[in-house]
Design a protein around this ligand. Structure first.
Ligand SMILES: Cc1cc2nc3c(=O)[nH]c(=O)nc-3n(C[C@H](O)[C@H](O)[C@H](O)COP(=O)(O)OP(=O)(O)OC[C@H]3O[C@@H](n4cnc5c(N)ncnc54)[C@H](O)[C@@H]3O)c2cc1C
Length: 509
């Protein structure tokens, strides 16, 4: 039985949401193990509700099943949408049955306006927490527009196909047979990639704000909510609303919320901000800040926004190694997400660069999936918590190299190895590897402020007790500042502080 009691219990409540009968069309070969799994899975799925029927059919792809409804273009799953993809299955069932997706009408109209035929294929792993957003977005597009079709392909079931296509990171999306996108993306981001950016005209005649928040992570969301609750005109620009929580699997230390998935927290932040009259401008990047009569923030799309005060909460991103081969082999063996991409390296040798908490957590995770893990740490000792180091020491397929400097990542169409040197020696050592996971910490997103605002030697914005920077009217919060600890709850707290600080500034000026 594939749908065990727990899975059935998770799925059953959604069966009441089915609005019209739907059909599972199955194209699977009973001679193959995978074909049998598809048949068994769809039999069990159909048994959950009288609204679901099942038939065999010739589909575009074998070892697959589609979810269809009369008159509605459906979606295709090649493999079993379990693990992190269970929600994708639920949403597909419910949306194909006729329940409208929970997206803004403006997005629905943009999707329905697409006229050229587009066929998407998304390769996923079931442990990838970045994959479902992409699968769900493309499924929704294919349900809303008959010119669009989408197939989710479970990489674990089609290892040879994954190898042949050179896929080394998930999600990887193909559009009409050509590689189109790698990594996490929201529906808006994918739509922008398909149709081109929205016109920037809408940005040109915006009235000045009282508070303009730059950054849409926990700090920015908190700052915007605090400002809007004061009844002042608030805007928020985010390159990608949600911030780092979107990269996080589960969060267990947000006090009052014992557990929340990172992606879910991102959605909750957005929902919370949208409860207030905040002018939310997602997928917009600030590139310059200038203090004139008002504070002016230039966007990458050419628009200029003005505000009486600004709160910068642009957070941080993964630090790059900055060595030859790193950029060239991104998504071709150089990876940053062990949960997502680890399964693609099953049975192979990989390296983890970085001996801090995130590096050692990654090494422990990967050791259960791959043949061998080599950890390379620049410092003479690992920096990870003792408990993680002790766990690592119990694993017999991990080698730890300390005091070493990774010099180059090598390969042809994908990673084949790396070169490192023991620090202080000139001798280069070569390791043959299929993957290199880079986990060497974070760097603040403040390069666009260099020369404008006082930054620490590490590029962090210097702030005082109320989040004020050296530039009057400009405040900062969260991971982009010199706050000692970088955590969600701290970012939310400093976001609130900066917002109250900005309000106080507005009253006094
Ligand atoms: C893998 C991982 C796991 C973690 N786990 C936990 C955990 O369990 N618990 C915990 O408390 N913390 C955890 N953290 C840390 C936590 O996520 C951060 O401390 C927190 O997200 C910081 O919030 P922030 O709003 O300051 O910045 P971010 O979350 O980094 O958000 C920054 C925002 O600014 C936007 N932005 C950046 N540059 C620009 C620009 N130029 N213009 C416009 N917008 C811009 C980004 O798109 C984003 O919206 C984790 C971090 C990672 C990476």
């Amino acid at each position: 039985m594939i749908l065990d009691e727990t899975l059935r219990a998770q799925l059953m409540p959604y069966m009441d949401l089915l609005e019209n009968p739907i059909i599972l069309k199955v194209d699977a070969d009973l001679e193959s193990e995978n074909g049998k799994k598809i048949v068994e899975f769809t039999d069990e799925l159909a048994s959950l509700s009288e609204m679901i029927s099942k038939e065999t059919a010739k589909l575009n792809r074998k070892t697959a099943f589609s979810i269809e409804r009369e008159g509605v273009s459906g979606v295709l799953f090649s493999g079993l949408p379990l693990g992190h993809e269970l929600n994708s299955l639920v949403l597909a069932l419910v949306q194909v049955s006729g329940r409208p997706p929970r997206i803004e009408q403006e997005l629905v109209e943009r999707i329905q306006a697409i006229q050229n035929p587009l066929h998407f294929e998304t390769y996923v792993s079931l442990t990838c927490h970045n994959c479902p957003d992409v699968v769900q977005a493309l499924n929704t597009m294919s349900i809303l527009n008959p010119n669009i079709s989408h197939t989710m392909i479970e990489g674990g079931m089609f290892q040879e196909e994954v190898e042949a296509k050179g896929i080394m990171a998930v999600p990887t999306v193909f559009k009409n047979g050509e590689e189109f996108h790698n990594g996490r993306a929201s529906l808006e981001e994918l739509l922008e990639k398909i149709t081109g950016p929205e016109s920037s005209e809408a940005f040109f005649d915006k009235d000045p704000y009282d508070v303009l928040v730059v950054g849409g992570g926990p700090a920015g969301a908190s700052a915007a909510i605090y400002a809007a609750r004061k009844g002042i005109r608030t805007g928020l620009i985010a390159e990608r609303f949600g911030g780092q929580p979107l990269e996080t699997l589960g969060i267990e230390n947000l006090i009052g919320t014992p557990y929340v998935e990172g992606v879910q927290l991102g959605r909750q932040l957005e929902e919370h901000v949208k409860k207030y009259p905040v002018d939310l401008m997602n997928l917009q990047k600030a590139v310059k800040l200038e203090k004139k009569d008002l504070i002016e923030v230039s966007l990458e799309n050419g628009a200029l926004l003005k505000s009486k005060s600004v709160i910068i909460s642009t957070g941080a991103r993964w630090r790059d190694l900055g060595i030859p081969g790193e950029q060239e082999f991104k998504t071709k063996g150089v990876a940053y997400c062990p949960h997502c991409d680890g399964p693609l390296f099953a049975g192979k040798d990989v390296a983890v660069i970085g001996g801090g908490n995130s590096g050692i957590e990654a090494a422990i995770d990967l050791a259960g999936l791959v043949r061998h893990v080599t950890v390379l740490e620049f410092l003479p000792e690992l920096k990870a918590d003792k408990i993680l180091q002790e766990k690592l020491a119990t694993l017999n397929n991990v080698t730890v190299l300390t005091n070493v400097e990774t010099k180059e990542i090598l390969g042809d169409d994908k990673v084949r190895g790396l070169n490192y040197q023991v620090r202080g020696s000139k001798e280069t050592v070569h390791l043959e590897l299929a993957g290199v996971f880079v986990l060497i910490g974070l760097v603040p997103n403040t390069q666009w402020l260099e020369g404008t605002i006082d930054l620490s030697a590490r590029g962090e914005i210097l702030t005082d007790k109320v989040g004020a920077t050296n530039l009057p009217g400009v405040f900062a919060a969260g991971d982009c500042t010199d706050s000692v600890y970088k955590q969600i709850i701290i970012s939310m707290g400093t976001g609130a502080t900066a917002s109250l600080g900005a309000f106080d500034y507005l009253i006094r000026n």
